[in-house]
Design a protein around this ligand. Structure first.
Ligand code: HEM
Length: 402
């Protein structure tokens, strides 16, 4: 198959269900593949890493949106997303990211462990009740969606009573990452408007009555004499945290469970701790990455020997880099004991995932508890994958737990 045929296959439902044989075929074509005059696909681990860390490659921002989609200004979601750190280049990116990082600290994440453990245990209790008589339990609905969204709500400081409405809104907003046509926009815009209005009201509450949560602390940073975060920048990046941290982590949990359902020998090891939780999570991230790709705009340079320019659209296939046979021994095997980890699943360089420590913690808490609690966990029907390429995960994953 040539590159065009492989890409066409990746665009089909079958290709999205199992892209890995197609990634292997891409690796045979080379690390960097020129698809057309301006389109370049990077599949090699080292080259993806280099592009991510090279500040000359830019993310899509206001300037590039103006060129490609001038109507963006009519859409609330784009009015927010042009302030998302994910979509900002230097120097604005560094300014806003460093203010976020001042409050979204490693210490705050570590401090969330007891709360995450308690949330996971509550959800597992409910799963145990539902599945006690041997009936199927829906892991995605009953655990994998609920844990991350509750954790982000806890992190930001969204009260318990408001949390239920967040899941569908966050999911609708996440549609922006998979937007193939303009038809999806009204729904995504509606979610963006509702979430922003909610955060605006919550910020007013927290400003007068701070609670020590991320939102309260960010407001304090931005209101301080040297604060350089406008209200819009702050509120817009709250919607980013919700949308970037929710479905990605959901998919980490679902993808990890499916890997173990296919390899039941890991249930005991992960449940009892003889397979270290952190190593297990890293290998899940590598083997079946919740985020499969990202992209950058080029500049006049080369990636390996392939010339790119400011007109180039460079797609970085993280999921393929994670299976690069030049980088990983037995790249196609799942092996938490491999010593050569370092998946690209959280990106790299200036835009490295700000929530990586939190996502890793959620996985490291959830998997040992899940398998320790349900040593007989087994498939209870055909799982269904989400028909998406950028975010990779399941819609449903039915299991029996008794
Ligand atoms: C397994 C779960 C997750 C995965 C696989 C993941 C993946 C990624 C990737 C690949 C990027 C970089 C994108 C690029 O360079 O173009 C990124 C950035 C980001 N992630 Fe995550 N993420 C996860 C969880 C989270 C969580 C839990 C949060 C927050 C609560 C979060 C917030 C962000 C933000 C704000 C950025 C933008 C950083 C920047 O541009 O400076 N992510 N994530």
């Amino acid at each position: 198959m040539d590159a065009a045929q492989i890409l066409a296959a990746l665009g089909t439902p079958e290709g999205r269900t199992d892209p890995y044989p197609l990634y292997a075929a891409l690796h045979e074509l080379g690390e960097v593949i020129k698809l057309s005059e301006h389109d370049v696909l990077v599949v090699g681990y080292d080259d993806i890493n280099l592009v991510l860390r090279d500040p000359g490659f830019l993310v899509t921002d206001e300037v590039t949106l103006d060129e490609g989609f001038p109507a963006w200004r009519d859409n609330p979601v784009f009015l927010q997303s042009v302030d998302w750190i994910l979509n900002l280049n230097a120097p604005r990116h560094a300014r806003i990211r460093s203010l976020l990082a001042k409050t979204f600290t490693a210490r705050r994440v570590v401090g969330m462990r007891p709360a995450i453990e308690a949330m996971a245990d509550d959800l597992l209790d409910a799963m145990a009740d539902r599945g006690a008589n041997g009936s199927a339990v829906e892991f995605m609905q009953d655990f994998a969606y609920l844990l991350p969204v509750t954790v982000i709500c806890e992190l930001i400081g969204i009260p318990d009573s408001d949390r239920a409405g967040f899941r569908p809104l966050a999911r609708d907003l996440a549609g922006i990452f998979e937007m193939h046509d303009l038809e999806a926009l009204p729904r995504i815009n509606a979610a963006a408007v509702e979430l922003l209005s909610y955060f605006t009201d919550l910020a007013a509450l927290r400003r007068s009555d701070p609670r020590g949560d991320l939102l309260s602390d960010l407001l304090a940073v931005s209101d301080a004499a040297d604060g350089r975060l406008t209200d819009a920048e702050l509120l817009h990046n709250m919607t980013l945290l919700l949308v970037a941290g929710f479905e990605t982590t959901t998919n980490l949990l679902g993808n990890g469970l499916q890997i173990v359902l296919d390899r039941p020998e890991y249930v005991e090891g992960v449940g009892a701790g003889s397979v270290p939780p952190a190593a297990f999570v890293e290998e899940v991230l590598r083997f079946d990455s919740p985020v499969q790709l990202t992209s950058r705009h080029g500049y006049d340079t080369t990636i390996s020997d392939v010339a790119v320019s400011a007109q180039s659209e460079v797609v970085l296939l993280l999921g393929a880099g994670n299976r690069d046979p030049r980088r990983f021994a037995n790249a196609l095997s799942f092996d938490p004991a491999r010593g050569d980890g370092g998946p690209l699943s959280f990106g790299g360089g200036a835009h490295f995932c700000i929530g990586a420590a939190l996502a890793r913690l959620e996985g490291a808490v959830a998997f040992p508890r899940l398998f320790g609690r349900f040593p007989k966990i087994a498939p209870a029907g055909e799982p269904t994958r989400r028909d998406t390429l950028l975010l990779r995960g399941f819609d449903t994953l039915p299991v029996s737990v008794a």
